[in-house]
Design a protein around this ligand. Structure first.
Ligand SMILES: [Zn+2]
Length: 139
């Protein structure tokens, strides 16, 4: 990961980002309790330039390490006002630390969604133990 430039300096999580991550990490999976604790010191930088809410997450080296890596086994489905799915939310963990919150869309870029518009389920392409997999997702 490249060092952030001055205009992309890490900032505190917004209330919506924190609430969304709280909702995701309220699920019980390996390392979730430690990842939850990392939220208190996590900061964010833009994770994408398309206008969506994707963020890279930064956790100080002094924070406890969750000992897991990979996509979280719980992912969110974002629903529009008519209830139809409009996108998704996926959390990535690297080296035991929160690394990235992906906000995907079936259409126009989506901002970080209000947790009230998100339902949670098993990550489609991950199994319950995937978060243990040590291989890095990003290269
Ligand atoms: Zn984007």
């Amino acid at each position: 990961m490249a060092a952030p430039s001055a205009d992309r300096a890490p900032r505190p999580l917004t209330g919506t980002e924190r609430a969304l991550l709280d909702a995701l990490l309220a699920h019980d999976f390996t390392g979730a309790d430690v990842l939850r604790a990392q939220l208190d010191t996590a900061t964010a930088t833009p994770g994408c330039t398309c206008g969506c809410g994707t963020i890279d997450l930064h956790v100080p080296g002094t924070a406890p390490n969750a000992g897991v890596a990979g996509p979280a086994p719980v992912e969110g489905t974002v629903h529009g006002p008519d209830g139809r799915p409009t996108g998704g939310v996926l959390l990535f963990v690297e080296d035991g630390r929160l690394a990235r919150l992906d906000v995907t869309s079936h259409g126009d870029p989506l901002p970080v969604p209000d947790p009230a518009s998100v339902t949670w389920g098993d990550t489609a392409w991950a199994r319950p133990d995937t978060v243990r997999r040590p291989a890095r997702y990003r290269r």
